[in-house]
Ligand binder design. Structure first.
Ligand code: ZN
Length: 453
């Protein structure tokens, strides 16, 4: 049993037609439950002509209205504090979480019951087990354990598998590094940015991570775990395998994970979610291999039925057969590619933060960076990349020259300013790094600053 590479061998290798039949059955149950337990959902479904008895195949999904974050927030404003979305009485909840607030002023607030937490841990088990975590592992969780959902579910999944779990909350970075080494942790869980930060800290402490017991890093919270240059840098610094995962507060847990074969993407947990990829403009499905917006329907949550939620995440879906692991679960090639709202238009050229990061991370001497957009002389959009290069043996002029050339080559010749920032002056992140600073003036509204996404 412990030799199986799959957490749920039957479902993870199910033929496509049977996965789809299972999803259709679960969809019908979900509609039935929402219709009978959540008047707000029932009205939305019935207004669209959807009733439980007519859901018989996955095609019926298209009749169900899309839900946006704005719908969710509006519901919370009208019916504070949780909105009209709960399918159970708040008194029966055992846990509260909220979004980290990187987008929009109002956080999304969610409640979970006992059953949710069993499911949340189960979803993380697919990911941990699939990446090779086993009961003998010692798992260090470098995470703040706050009302942000983060690695909470991973913590319980580690326990469920039978690992020894070390909760690394309320610690400084050097304390975390010390504990990882002293306790012989074999698995470390953090955001990609924080994995690099711990590696930097280890260096300045004189700790050699290559000599530590760490074999695997489980990354989450930012898309960078699937940016090849960032992943390679993390793996080199830690001398360990890094696996990407992604989840969201609205679902309470992860919906995609990278398997031990490291196919350059993340498998979708398709027996618990329907993940659609739609054109963000038209809302129409896009075929395999084309980029679109992730839209998720979740079967697991016990407090909140989620139908066709527009995540704003950009993804490219490919068939599961493109990975050697034998799973039939489809893959998001390259993980989450960014967000629909991430793209910046600079003098007619599209700039994605992910593409900039992919170039910057080819230079391990660069410790931290920031993309800065501003308006020059009141009219012209300018983009510059600020970078810290603390290594006294590095040649910053050579590095900046090469970064500038690669950025221009990758952006139709667009000229990027490249500047060295004083060491320690750029913001550091433990969760959800935010390296794009857009201070451009919106034309026509003199002096008004463009709001951050
Ligand atoms: Zn695989």
């Amino acid at each position: 049993m412990t030799e199986s590479p799959y957490w749920n061998p039957r479902h993870e290798t199910m033929p496509r037609d049977r996965i789809e039949a299972l999803q259709a059955r679960k969809l019908r149950n979900l509609v039935e439950w929402a219709d009978s337990s959540v008047p707000w959902q029932s009205k939305r479904l019935r207004d669209a002509g959807v009733t439980p008895d007519q859901v018989s195949s996955l095609d019926d999904l298209q009749q169900i209205p899309l839900m946006t974050r704005e719908d969710w927030m509006q519901g919370q404003l009208e019916h504070p504090p949780y909105g009209p979305i709960l399918a159970a009485a708040p008194e029966s909840a055992i846990r509260y979480h909220m979004t980290s607030g990187t987008t929009g002023a109002t956080p999304i607030r969610v409640l979970d019951g006992m059953k949710d937490w069993e499911w949340i841990a189960e979803m993380w088990c697919y990911g941990l087990w699939g990446f090779g975590v086993r009961p003998s592992d010692i798992v260090f969780v470098a995470f703040g354990y706050s009302t942000f959902i983060g690695f909470w579910g991973l913590h319980y999944a580690g326990e469920k598998i039978g690992c020894l779990v070390l909760p690394g909350g309320a610690m400084t970075t050097d304390q975390r590094v010390r504990q990882i080494v002293d306790m012989g942790a074999t698995v470390v869980c953090s955001t990609p940015t924080y994995a690099l930060r711990m590696a930097q800290e280890a260096k300045s402490m004189g700790v050699d991570l290559a000599g530590s017991s760490v074999q695997r890093l489980i990354l989450s919270g930012e898309p960078a775990g699937s940016i090849p240059a960032t992943k390679k840098l993390i793996e080199r610094e830690w001398v360990a395998m890094a696996g990407d995962t992604a989840g969201m507060t609205e679902l309470g847990t992860i919906m995609i994970f990278e398997c031990a074969e490291q196919p350059g993407g993340t498998h979708i947990i398709e027996d618990h979610y329907i993940e659609e990829v739609l054109d963000p403009e038209s809302g129409k499905p896009v075929p395999y291999g084309e980029m679109g917006e992730r839209v998720v329907t979740s079967f697991g949550r016990g407090f909140i039925p989620v139908f066709r939620y527009r995540t704003r995440d950009l993804v490219v879906k490919v068939p599961g057969s493109s990975c050697r692991c034998g799973r039939t679960f489809d893959i998001y090639e390259g993980g989450i590619r960014g967000r629909v709202d991430d793209m910046k238009l600079v003098r007619g050229t599209n700039v994605y933060p992910r593409a900039v990061e992919a170039i910057v991370r080819e230079f391990p001497e660069i410790d931290e960076f920031q993309i800065h957009l501003y308006t020059a002389e009141g009219i012209r959009d300018e983009i510059e990349v600020l970078m810290e290069i603390p290594d006294v043996d590095a040649d910053p002029y050579r590095i900046m020259g090469e970064v500038g050339k690669k950025l221009a080559d990758a952006h139709e010749g667009l000229r990027f300013g490249v500047k060295q920032a004083e060491t320690g002056t750029l913001p550091r992140f433990e969760l959800k790094a935010k390296r794009m600073l857009d201070e451009r003036i919106v034309i026509g509204t003199e002096g008004e600053r463009r709001s951050q996404p």
